[in-house]
Design a protein around this ligand. Structure first.
Ligand code: CUA
Length: 321
């Protein structure tokens, strides 16, 4: 019902992802409630103004001492309405936050003033993202400089690209075509020109597109970097246990020196490369030097892609949060 209404009114961008109708339904509900009560309150106000106006100078109203049933009624009704909004909103929010396990990963790096996107198979894009229809896509978003925000209205997703950390967002496109991509965070002079598009294609078309421009897969570049940066002298087989093995590391739980544990996700691995002494693996000494300034955000992503190929503990291993 909302879909028809929104489309006919064109208040909203079209719904082109699985999450879009869900987001619009919550939003529509909130708007409907607001309209209903605004109309009700203003109508009653007008009626009461006329009906209970002072009719003579001598008229003194009867004192009013409140009404417990009325107080309870107008406390409980808003409580129920807000709890519905909260529960429904939280449900959609969690759906929107947790990517399905069969998602394909796309790396997004924001930079003054462009979006750089990388497919795991190696194809790189600027200000354009090609994806297949009906396939969940997980975006791993970061920034090289200031805060940007990755915004695709037709998919109802918006996620800040914050330097120094990874944010994730996901969508599954339900329509083929081209959709606007915006930067939704003021990031300097050419913020308004930091725009692009997401092109949704049929799966076969997408495969063809991927083959069109053969580039080295991220993980292969990452493997070479891993060797060039001499990471394997400690993390490799001949490391003699100086550093933790990276086999099957990705997605697993890691016990930390000084107590506590963490999941070895993209964020933790990135931190371990750039700030290795912050969270050291249990049983190891903080001897690893930082690679801050020696590797770009894209190179970090390449190394992470390589580490993923050493074994992933993610889906269905019981190791999830
Ligand atoms: Cu990037 Cu605004």
């Amino acid at each position: 019902m909302w879909e028809k209404l929104f489309q006919s009114l064109e208040f909203f961008p079209e719904q082109a992802s699985t999450i879009a109708p869900e987001v619009d339904a919550v939003y529509g509900f909130a708007v409907a409630i607001t309209v209903f009560f605004s109309v009700l309150i203003f109508t009653l106000l007008l009626i009461f103004m006329v009906r209970f106006r002072r009719k003579s100078e001598a008229e003194i109203p009867r004192p009013m001492h409140g009404s417990a049933p009325l107080e309870i009624f107008w406390s409980i009704v808003p409580f129920i309405i807000t709890m519905i909004l909260f529960g429904w909103g939280a449900y959609v929010f969690f759906n929107n936050t947790r990517p399905p396990t069969n998602s394909m990963d796309i790396h997004v790096v924001g930079k003054q003033w462009m979006w750089k996107l990388q497919h795991p198979e190696g194809r790189r894009e600027i200000n354009e993202l090609h994806v297949p229809i009906g396939q969940p896509v997980r975006l791993i978003i970061t920034s090289e400089d200031v805060i940007h925000s990755f915004y695709v209205p037709a998919f109802r997703i918006k996620r800040d690209a914050v330097p120094g950390r990874y944010a994730t967002a996901w969508f599954e496109a339900t329509k083929t075509g081209s959709f606007h991509l915006f930067c939704a965070e003021y990031c300097g002079n050419e913020h308004s020109r930091m725009i692009g598009r997401v092109v949704v294609m049929e799966p076969a078309e997408y495969d063809e597109w991927l083959q069109d421009d053969q580039q080295e897969p991220l993980s292969v570049t990452g493997e070479r970097l891993f060797a060039e940066l001499r990471c394997d002298t400690c993390h490799g087989a001949e490391g003699g246990g100086r550093a933790p093995s990276l086999e099957g590391l990705f997605g697993s739980r890691v016990a930390l020196e000084g107590g506590g544990q963490t999941v070895a996700d993209e964020g933790y691995i990135r931190e371990s490369i750039l700030d290795p002494r912050h969270r050291v693996v249990m049983g190891f000494r903080p001897t690893m030097p930082t690679f801050q300034g020696q590797v770009s955000e894209e190179e970090v992503l390449e190394v992470i892609s390589y580490i993923k190929t050493l074994g992933v503990a993610r889906p269905g291993s019981g190791d999830e949060e």
